[in-house]
Design a protein around this ligand. Sequence first.
Ligand SMILES: [Zn+2]
Length: 222
Amino acid sequence: MRGLNERYRQALGPDVDALAHLRQHVALPSKDAFDRYDPTASLSAYLTDSAPSLAAVPAETWRAYAAEARAIIDSTPHPSVPWHLLWNADAPHEQATSQLREAELVHITWAWSYVSPKGRNRYIANRVFGAQDVYEALVESEERARHEASREHQRALMTPSLRFDILKRDGYRCQICGRTAAEGARLEVDHKVPVAAGGLTVPENLWTLCHDCNNGKSAKEL
Ligand SMILES: [Zn+2]
């Protein structure tokens, strides 16, 4: 394990030591926020905001490190001992079980809590994150970035000429109430399935609505 750690300390960069034994405590404003708290998403945001040099290491490197560490731990006489408690897993058996210390480079203690106004109810939970969790958090943030980029792309596809084509196709009428601009309607071209919900900017997913119907529709969907 020591050899593995040395090898990956190079690959992950010097900042890995700052992250190695990080302890985070997040105080939440309500019981609902406590129940809905997603520690992996928080770790992912933390890495992006506070540890950009580590977030910039390809996620694959973290996955490979986690897999190699897991293989070493699985080969010990006590693979069920939580990996973060296992010390120097390639040391002799006696040593591995008597000295319980962390085996992986990264071992982040992430706690979250909520205390009710008068302190009557206290809720606390925590998780220990290792390299595998860092990998999953990075994949999650990559997916979020990709999703965001594709939304921007879909919005950018909405050109004035496409908008005009849709208005023309729909006979310059609101497709819900049938009013035209001459009848006082403010016409808008709208996505049937919103871009935020994965809708595409293609004629089949676009229609002409008046401002009133469009807003009524938006309110209903919220
Ligand atoms: Zn309308």
